[in-house]
Design a protein around this ligand. Structure first.
Ligand SMILES: [Ca+2]
Ligand SMILES: [Ca+2]
Ligand SMILES: [Ca+2]
Length: 313
């Protein structure tokens, strides 16, 4: 008797093989399933254990002209030959959710960096996920999948303080089918240092007869310029312009008596440095209350006294 047909069944699709008279064998050129055979996604089509070892079970069915059928499945003696492994080619997509690129995160030297990798095919392989901080590679501090297994959310917190200034992070990862994500980077700034503030005038406890005083100084900040200056005195607040070189000057009105001038420098991280100056304003001239010459008239060549009584506010 002779063989009538040779068929294979893969992923529910039956295909007939054709006889090659040269080799004497049956052959077929088939299109692989569009989805990975990996089993990281429990609802995917693959079977078998291990996210990277899933396969499509292939059935080979041979029918002779009399209608006798021989069938082989993965449960039989051709088990290994009947496992079709399919790998998808779509790269996972990484995203850094914190800090955003260009951010000044201010007074936080150990920021918790958060990022995700998304892959709806074979799924992100957590053991491949790495983060580089200024070029040094680390594993995430934590990672967890969403319910669908398509998004891996990761965190990384540095074990020690990061220095003030600019830092660059880069994230990398692959899916279970070996597709590597395009590296994603983010550069951010840390600033834990308040701005400098030097007030050159007025000196503390200055005594003046002028109704205003010039407040003069310089401010600077290594990582979070520009610095803004706020000056308050007797309920009035001034916001002088700060020059490129950090210099500022402001005329401040004084009230008679003691005045407390508060100068506050604030950097872009909202860190502040404050200097206070006390200035005493005396704008009132002395008052002559009485003048007495005694005796008056005085004796020639004699002695007389003159007494002046004054007050001063
Ligand atoms: Ca993929
Ligand atoms: Ca600063
Ligand atoms: Ca006076």
């Amino acid at each position: 008797m002779t063989v009538s047909r040779v068929e294979v069944v893969v992923n529910g699709i039956t295909s007939a093989l054709t006889y090659n008279s040269t080799t004497g064998k049956y052959e077929g050129s088939l299109t692989a399933p569009s989805q990975t055979s990996g089993t990281n996604n429990p609802s995917g089509p693959g079977v078998g254990s291990g996210a990277s070892n899933g396969y499509y079970p292939v059935i080979v069915r041979v029918t002779d002209e009399a209608g006798n059928v021989t069938e082989e499945t993965v449960s039989g003696s051709f088990a290994n030959a009947l496992k079709l492994y399919v790998k998808e080619k779509t790269v996972p997509v990484g995203a850094i959710t914190y800090p955003s690129s260009g951010a000044n995160i201010g007074n936080n030297a150990k920021p918790t960096i958060t990022f995700t990798f998304t892959d709806s095919g074979s799924g992100v392989n957590p053991s491949t996920v790495k983060i580089k901080v200024d070029g040094t590679e680390y594993a995430p501090s934590s990672s967890s999948f969403n319910a669908a297994g398509t998004v891996l959310s990761c965190t990384y917190t540095p074990s020690g303080n990061l220095a003030d200034g600019s830092h660059t992070i880069a994230i990398n990862g692959s899916d279970y089918d070996g597709n590597a994500a395009v590296e994603v980077t983010s550069t951010f700034k840390i600033d834990t240092t308040p701005p400098t503030l030097n007030v050159s005038a007025p000196t503390n406890d200055l005594l003046t007869n002028q109704s205003s005083v010039m407040v003069v100084g310089t401010t600077n900040d290594a990582n979070s310029t520009p610095v803004s200056i706020s000056i308050s005195c007797n309920g009035t607040t001034y916001a002088p312009t700060v020059g490129q070189d950090g210099s500022f000057s402001q005329s401040v009105a004084l009230a008679e008596g003691s005045n407390i001038i508060t100068i506050t420098a604030t950097d872009a991280s909202s860190l502040v440095t404050t200097v206070t100056r006390t200035v005493v304003y005396d704008g009132t001239a002395p008052t002559i209350v009485s003048i007495v010459i005694a005796p008056n008239p005085a004796d020639a060549s004699g002695t007389y006294s003159i007494t002046v009584e004054v007050t001063d506010a």
